[in-house]
Every structure is written in C-alpha cells, then in structure tokens.
Design a protein. Structure first.
Length: 396
C-alpha cells in the first residue's frame, strides 16, 4: 500500500488525479447504436460520400441516410460515437428528421419514414425487411461481375485445376477451417470456380480488421474486384463453398514405386507437321510434352486422326529415359512450369467442328531440355519460365 500512496502523492504534485478504471461495459442499446453507426462508416468508405435521401436511391442507402440524421439529432449519443467518427459525420446538421420519430433510431421507425411496413422486434443491426449490410455487400460484390477481357490467360489454369481435381492431385475442402484468402488460391463459389489473381494493398476497415481489394476471375469468363472480407463471407454462407487445395506433386522419382509410377518411362517432345498457317509460322517453337511407359511410336501412330495431336502427323524431336517416375505428377509439373506459354489454338476437324489441341506450348527445345535436367537434380523449384525472355529464370 505504501507504494500506491507514494504514486498517488506524486500524481497529486503533478496536478493529476488517480481516477479509478471504469468497466467498458455497454448497454444493449449502446451496442446497437455503435453497430448502426459503423454500417454508415462502411458505406462512406466504400462510396466516398455520405448516404443520400431520395426514392431513386438504394433502400439501404436511404435507411443509412435517415439513420445518420437521427444520430446527428440525438446529441446524447455523440459522446459514445465521437471516438469512432473519423469522418466528422456527426458535426453536420441533420438534413431531414421526421418529427414523429426524431428521438427514435430503431429500424422499424426508419422504414416507416421510408413508407415501408415494419415488424416489431427489429433493431438497428438486424433488418427482417432486407438483408443485413454484410450479407448484401457480399452478394452485391459477387453478383457485380464484369467480362474478363484477358480470360484466355486464365482459362488454361481452370482446365488444369479441374483435371487435377479429377486425378486427385487437388482436393476440395469445406471453407472455414482455413479461412485465408491469398493470391493464387482457387475456390468454388456459387457453383463457379474462382481464382484470386491479384490481392491489392492491405488497409484497415472501419471495424479495425485488415482488408484488401481483390481481382477474382471466375471460370465462366467473368471477374469482380470484391473485398477480401466479402469473399470470405460469401464462402462461409455458401453451403457448397469450397477451398481447392494447392497441387501436391509429391516425389517425382524414388526407390519405392507408387500406384502411378512407371518403372521405365520416357519423356517425349513432339513437333507438329500440321499445315495450319500459325503452326507453320511458329513450328520451331511449338512443342508437345508427354510421358509414356511404352513406345513413343505406338503412342503417336494415329496422330493425324487425334485432335490431341492437331489432327496431323508429328515428329519426335527429343526423348528422355527415366526410371521410377510418377507420370501424373511429372506431367503436371511440366504444365505448371510452362503454363504461361500454353498454345491457345482452335482448329476444325474433318466435319468442320472446332477442336482445341491440348498440352502444346510455345517453348524452345533447349528450354525443355534444361527443365528436364532441373527436374532431375531438384533445382526446378527455384525457377519459372518467362515467355518474354523465352528462358527459365530464378524465382525471387
């Protein structure tokens, strides 16, 4: 106690009083007022302006406008809200306050002012008439999609991930246990595959949480720039929402054989002899990479009848003999390395139907040779293929 008395005396000499710490407990009404004001703050941050009145406005914006007028008029709420009012919203005079409800801020009164019938029991954070702000914002962001102009860059990614899921290299997990959202992640949302192509700079939301603007590409050729938190909420609420795991290539070579392993296999590189004008122009760069446990000649015997081989004869330009290799994982590794150089070409079969040959890449043969050597010595994980330089470059 002596130490406490000395501290109290010291504070007294400095002209300070030792005030007891009060509990920060708030009433239910205070919590509702704070929650309602935070929704207004989020609106201002999202739209860069205060909510406005008017029949042409969204119902939620009109509710927020009436609510803000109420809070501005109810000066007894200001001490509670001023610490949150970083925008100075309470300093302005209310633009419109209905005399009958000037001292009331529950949502039934707000809706009544807007001519919408209310129900008893609604409060400032729960509206039965319309979805909550969080639900509405998430749905709005998901639905607010635009055409992805460069979807051709991403379509091969979706095709590869879909194939990985079929072959078991990737799994789909219920969203929630791992709620992170990072660049390069794949999800299933609303029945569509979603790819997080870009994550913007992180910022602090009004509720104190960290958030960021995303560029999300969907498998139907659309995209949206929703917020990270909005995507998380949408995945939580979607009963079919799933996280798609990263590709797990596992060991490519080893002493112990696995079900997909080949005792003696061959990596082969093909060049097309098609007379397609684009293929003719870039023939020295266009290659198909494959893996077989049998004879390469047998594999390509009927190439001119197979859309996979561009419905044309092919020539073998390189082969690499390997032992105890996992064909599926090795093929996926090649495709991941050269993903950015995948050939996007549509040709017609003999019936005039469009077909798209798969697993062809615009990559020089010497780069493929280097990739094989780096796969064998394990250094490939440090490199990526840069199409602009037509070479493997070290990551980071």
């Amino acid at each position: 106690m002596a130490d406490f008395d000395e501290d109290e005396a010291l504070l007294a000499e400095l002209g300070q009083e030792l005030a007891p710490v009060k509990a920060a407990a708030r009433t239910a009404q205070e919590e509702r007022v704070i929650a309602g004001f935070e929704e207004i703050l989020r609106f201002v941050q999202e739209h860069g302006r205060t909510p406005q009145h008017g029949e042409e406005r969204d119902i939620f914006e009109r509710i927020y406008a009436v609510r803000l007028d109420r809070l501005r008029a109810l000066t007894e709420t200001h001490p509670l809200l001023l610490p949150l009012d970083t925008q100075g919203l309470l300093q302005e005079a209310p633009s419109l306050v209905s005399p009958g409800h000037a001292d009331v801020i529950d949502d039934d009164a707000l809706l009544a002012d807007l001519g919408v019938a209310g129900e008893n029991g609604d409060d400032i954070t729960q509206l039965r008439h319309v979805r909550s702000f969080e639900e509405r914002k998430a749905a709005e962001d998901i639905a607010n999609r635009t055409l992805c102009e460069d979807f051709d860059r991403f379509q091969p990614l979706f095709e590869r991930v879909e194939e990985d899921i079929k072959t078991g290299l990737r799994k789909t997990l219920r969203f929630g246990r791992d709620a992170s959202v990072e660049q390069g992640n794949f999800f299933i949302l609303g029945g569509q595959m979603a790819y997080v192509a870009e994550v913007g700079e992180s910022f602090r939301a009004p509720n104190g949480e960290s958030d960021a603007r995303l560029r999300v590409i969907y498998s139907n050729g659309t995209e949206s720039n929703l917020l990270q938190r909005s995507l998380q909420r949408a995945l939580y609420k979607d009963d079919t929402g799933r996280r798609i795991t990263d590709d797990d290539h596992g060991p490519l070579f080893g002493d112990t054989l696995e079900p997909d392993d080949i005792v003696n296999g061959t990596i082969y590189v093909l060049r097309s002899l098609s007379n397609n004008s684009y293929v003719v122009e870039h023939r020295e760069l266009i290659h198909k990479i494959g893996i077989t446990g049998g004879k390469v000649e047998t594999r390509i015997a009927n190439a001119e009848k197979d859309p996979t081989y561009m419905l044309a004869k092919v020539e073998v330009v390189a082969t690499y003999k390997l032992s105890n290799l996992n064909r599926m994982r090795l093929e996926n590794l090649f495709h991941r390395i050269f993903q950015g150089a995948r050939l996007e070409l549509t040709i017609e079969d003999r019936f005039g139907n469009p077909v798209k040959p798969r697993e062809w890449f615009l990559v020089p043969l010497h780069v493929i040779d280097e990739a094989v050597k780096r796969i064998q010595d394990g250094s490939i994980t440090d490199y990526v293929y840069d199409p602009s330089q037509a070479m493997l470059v070290r990551q980071g």
